[in-house]
Write a protein that binds this ligand. Structure first.
Ligand code: ADA
Length: 569
């Protein structure tokens, strides 16, 4: 299930989820698409979507993996093959022909194949999960190096004139919304063709007209509509609008929510009301599924996060599934979306490397493309914990922010810094996120007070004193079940102590606009030899979750629930 609502009523699609042939290629020998022919009898059967590290004997495998699926097409068809997420490098072949390459991990990519003949076809995907110094994330990262096709593969059957893209923008004018719906239609035909293009919302037609599409061309059309007295999407009381664009042979649904995002007096305002953010950091990860997190569990995950009293989630540290964002939209939760630049150990030179920069910019573009219509998304975040004290970081960040602003001016641009007292980027952002671990990696938890005092002074000096500041990470490890009479290091009691003390300090600081605890659930850590930096990860897990990896509550969960529920602002 890709979304909580249907995206098409007319267009036919098929999810290619299920068993695919799979082979490891540890020596990276398969230089071309004939690789399966060399070992015709030995493939494993691997369920897609999944991470191969969850299969027996594959736990630590990082490298190349080949996937193959046979499909049958009844009649000649134009098809669109969408990979909703593949970890790392992906080369895709159809019947031995190279369709293309994608680098990334948490965003979709697609191929259009006009007039695919009837009969059997073979899709082969070469994936490479290897992390190195220029991948994003790089090899030094505090999460498990999962590999594989982690989200669904979808085959859509396209008509001769198909809806390639629908993009909805709006401006609120008083109680009304000035909506613009941009539509792109592509023609596979050899001759000019007319079609009736219609826009509706909630089942009511808003407008329709005949349009003429030239042979083989892409046609763009913008509907402009003033919707009077729209119901607003608010935190905790969401209102959603579902638009449908249709032609005689094709359609596409997009769902949005109308809301106004501003900042004032160190607070985020949604529709003019200040919202204090009560949040957690969520990895979309589970020990049995890795990053291929099943939708059913997302429902439960959201129930637990709501039970905790949260109104927001930071999607640490990569673009999460549209299904998850649909649930957040439907429950009026705020979401922070970010790309997987994880910089705590990132050498400063890396941020100036052209390939690293190009990958980062592409990831920004793809993240915004994926999440643009979700009203829950309030923040675009461009990096986490890079060395924000340097000119290299400054130049890189300017380029990233420039691209975000070009693609979407309606949300707040942010990041998370681990150098709040030396950071030179503060003035560049709408919102500043601070990651700090007093009580865990440094000093006593009371150290937050002094740090924040110094931070606010410095922000003032840099001309960033008016920005909204969020505590985007803080916390400590608590091993599930390790409870006692005193708060010993690594016990649930000690973790609960750090988190509760920290929350009290932040809530008393009028310049802090919200808190995101590190983290919601325990996650698998990086087990590779390069992980000398993560030696405190008992069991191979980052144990700072309020719930363990199977979502069972720790002491800190109960304490945070008490605190978050008592905060009424
Ligand atoms: C960092 C980082 C997180 C996690 C955390 C920790 O702040 O952003 O991904 O690694 O530290 O647990 O140390």
């Amino acid at each position: 299930m890709l979304r909580t609502f249907p995206e098409h009523q007319i267009r036919r699609n098929q999810l290619l989820d299920g068993p695919w042939d799979f082979m490891k290629d540890p020596l990276n020998m398969g230089v071309q698409e004939k690789w399966f022919e060399r070992f015709p009898h030995s493939p494993l059967s691997l369920y897609v979507p999944s991470c191969w590290n969850n299969e027996l004997g594959m736990y630590e495998y990082e490298g190349v993996g080949w996937y193959r699926k046979k499909i049958r097409i009844e009649n000649p068809q134009h098809v669109r093959l969408i990979f909703h997420a593949v970890m790392g490098h992906a080369e895709v072949y159809l019947d031995g022909q190279h369709l293309g390459y994608h680098y990334g991990g948490f965003t979709p990519f697609e191929f259009i194949v006009p007039s695919l003949a009837a009969g059997e076809h073979e899709i082969v995907v070469r994936t490479d999960s290897t992390l190195d110094r220029l991948t994003i994330p790089t090899e030094q990262v505090d999460w498990f190096h999962y590999g594989g096709i982690i989200r669904s593969v979808e085959l859509q059957y396209l008509p001769d004139l198909y809806i390639e893209r629908v993009k909805i923008d709006y401006e609120l004018q008083g109680a009304d919304a000035d909506v613009s719906v941009q539509v792109q239609i592509r023609s596979f035909l050899q001759s000019v063709q007319t079609t009736r293009l219609a826009l509706s919302e909630g089942g009511h037609e808003l407008h329709s007209e005949e349009v003429q599409i030239e042979a083989g061309q892409t046609f763009s059309h913008t509907f402009k509509k003033l919707l009077p007295e729209v119901r607003l999407w608010n935190v905790g009381s969401p209102e959603l609008y579902t638009f449908r664009v249709r032609t005689a042979e094709d359609d596409k649904f997009e769902r949005i929510g109308f809301r106004r995002i501003e900042t004032k007096d160190h607070r985020i305002l949604i529709n003019g009301s200040p919202i204090y953010l009560k949040g957690v950091n969520r990895h979309e990860e589970h020990p049995e599924w890795g990053f291929a997190f099943p939708p059913k569990l997302m429902h439960k995950e959201l129930d637990i996060i709501l039970e905790l009293g949260c109104n927001s989630v930071r999607g640490s540290h990569y673009p999460q599934s549209p299904y998850w964002l649909d649930l957040l939209d439907e429950h009026g939760m705020v979401y922070w979306s970010e790309i997987p630049i994880w910089g705590a150990f990132l050498p400063n030179e890396t941020v100036s490397e052209p390939l690293f920069q190009e990958r980062a910019l592409t990831m920004i573009e793809e993240m915004i493309g994926l999440h643009i219509h979700h009203p829950s998304v309030i923040f675009w975040s461009v990096h986490n914990e890079i060395d924000t004290r340097t000119q290299e970081a400054f130049a890189f960040t300017q380029a990233l922010i420039g691209l975000v602003k070009k693609l979407d001016t309606s949300r707040l641009v942010t990041y998370a810094t681990m150098h709040p007292l030396e950071d030179i980027l503060l003035p560049l952002f709408d919102v500043i996120g601070i990651n700090k671990y007093f009580g865990w990696y440094e000093g006593d938890v009371s150290g937050f007070k002094d740090m924040l005092e110094q931070f606010h002074k410095r922000a003032e000096q840099l001309g960033a004193g008016n920005k909204v500041v969020l505590m985007t990470e803080f916390g400590g490890a608590g091993l599930f079940g390790d409870v006692g009479w005193e708060p010993r290091l690594f016990s649930e009691d000690y973790q609960a102590h750090i988190v509760t003390e920290a929350l009290a300090i932040f809530k008393n600081d009028p310049k802090i606009g919200g808190t995101f605890i590190w983290q919601f659930a325990d996650i698998r850590g990086d087990l590779k030899s390069s992980s000398k930096n993560f030696r405190d990860r008992a069991r191979g897990f980052n144990n700072k979750g309020l719930v363990n990896e199977y979502r069972k509550p720790k002491q800190s969960f109960r304490e945070v629930r008490r605190i978050y529920r008592s905060w009424t602002e």
